[in-house]
Design a protein around this ligand. Structure first.
Ligand SMILES: Nc1ncnc2c1ncn2[C@@H]1O[C@H](COP(=O)(O)OS(=O)(=O)O)[C@@H](OP(=O)(O)O)[C@H]1O
Ligand SMILES: [Mg+2]
Ligand SMILES: [Mg+2]
Ligand SMILES: [Mg+2]
Length: 388
């Protein structure tokens, strides 16, 4: 009977290729551990944890090595270093997987001084637990290996197979300002976000801590800051303290039940250029919300609502042409869904992660607990509709 139950579970949990003509070489192996993505989650948690150590060392140092990218957004040595470490970890554990990473190594190849700064950071960032460090492949061996790892994030994305979406530092502006930021890694299987991990060095460890965007790095690790969120589709969401070595014990997280939507707290971007503060405020007003919004950089917003510290995440588009990037949402979406939430674009349309590196068929993002989600989307549509 146990065997029948196991087989039923296998059939139930097996990720199915969306296209029945998928060649057998990229269909998934049917063993229970891959089906529940235990190894993927474990690897992603350790990889993100190691990368957060690197970002913290940059956060507290004076040299951030900031460059302006072609879209005039900033990138730092922390972004490059974290991307190198995470891609090296993924290649070690899952050499056949594709990776969509935000950064590439072009700027480092043409700037030796910057490259040396990143190489120095990458060599120093090691997990103190040798078993954990070995599980993610140990240190990167050479400068060329580091550049090659960073360039490993050039996948165009797509709807088939296993593709990781990596944001080595999400909220780089927040990172530079001394605010919240996050290291984010999601695995998409056939275009569906399936595993999500977010490391937030500046959020309180305590899931019940009141939501404020209070900032400042916990330089001596004495302030109880630093949290690592994780989730697997169908298996719930967790948080645990970030550590410097092996993974700490996890706690299950769930979104807060909302009795009265007018009492909800909503989160939005700090940067007015990333999300329309005016539209967000109009939506809140329609819902009868009087509490001020909490402005917070990065996917720390997804983590915060997933653990019930806040309730809603509103990201109404500012520009008609901006396409949201998949690495800004993939991990957060799994974590919120698994904590009991729903996420869509501003029109209530599901986010389509299978088109490429961006969510080009979607506009804006709204996340809320399942029970109130339809009410929130109605308010969003009314506000958007009134503008058209
Ligand atoms: N115009 C526009 N509209 C929407 N989003 C944009 C836009 N420009 C940039 N970005 C992306 O915003 C990412 C960080 O946004 P957040 O809202 O999470 O943080 S912030 O409070 O604005 O810093 C940020 O991620 P990082 O680059 O990883 O920091 C960008 O990918
Ligand atoms: Mg980002
Ligand atoms: Mg980034
Ligand atoms: Mg960026």
């Amino acid at each position: 009977r146990a065997l029948t139950r196991l087989n039923q579970l296998r059939t139930h949990l097996a990720p199915r290729p969306s296209n029945p003509t998928t060649p057998s070489s990229i269909t998934h192996t049917h063993n229970l551990s891959t089906m529940s993505y235990t190894r993927e989650l474990h690897t992603a948690l350790l990889a993100v944890q190691r990368a957060t150590l690197l970002t913290k060392s940059v956060y507290t140092s004076h040299t951030k090595g900031t460059l302006s990218k072609s879209d005039s957004s900033p990138v730092t040595i922390g972004d490059f270093g974290a991307q190198a470490l995470i891609i090296a970890s993924l290649r070690h554990a899952f050499p056949n997987d594709a990776i969509v990473g935000e950064e590439d190594a072009d700027d480092l190849r043409s700037d030796a001084a910057l490259r040396d700064l990143v190489w120095d950071l990458v060599q120093k960032a090691r997990l103190e637990d040798s078993e954990a460090e070995a599980e993610i492949g140990g240190p990167i061996k050479s400068v060329e290996g580091m550049l090659d790892a960073i360039d490993g994030g050039r996948s165009p994305g797509g709807r088939q197979g296993r593709i990781w979406a990596l944001d080595p530092i999400d909220g780089t502006k927040g990172f530079l300002r001394g605010g919240q930021y996050a290291v984010c890694l999601g695995l998409m299987v056939d275009g569906v976000p399936t595993v999500g991990v977010i490391g937030c060095p500046n959020l309180p460890v305590d899931d019940a801590a009141p939501l404020d965007a209070s900032t400042g790095v916990d330089a001596d690790d004495k302030e109880g800051k630093g949290v690592l969120f994780g989730a697997v589709k169908g298996h719930g969401a967790t948080s645990r303290p970030l550590s410097k070595g092996a993974l700490q014990k996890e706690t299950k997280i769930v979104m807060k039940e909302i009795q009265d939507i007018s009492q909800a707290t909503f989160c939005e971007s700090v940067e007015a250029g990333h999300s329309s503060h005016g539209d967000n405020a109009a939506i809140a007003q329609k819902l009868g919300i009087t509490k001020p919004s909490v402005r917070m950089d990065s996917q720390a917003k997804y983590g915060s609502i997933a653990r019930g510290a806040g309730d809603l995440y509103l990201r109404l588009p500012v520009s008609k042409t901006y396409e949201e990037k998949i690495w800004d949402h993939a991990a957060g979406v799994v974590i919120v869904q698994e904590a009991g939430g729903e996420v869509s674009d501003a029109w209530g349309k599901p986010l389509d992660f299978g088109i490429g590196r961006t969510l080009k068929e979607n506009k804006g993002v709204v996340a809320a607990p399942k029970e109130v989600f339809p009410t929130v989307i109605e308010a969003v549509k009314e506000v958007l509709g009134a503008k058209q």
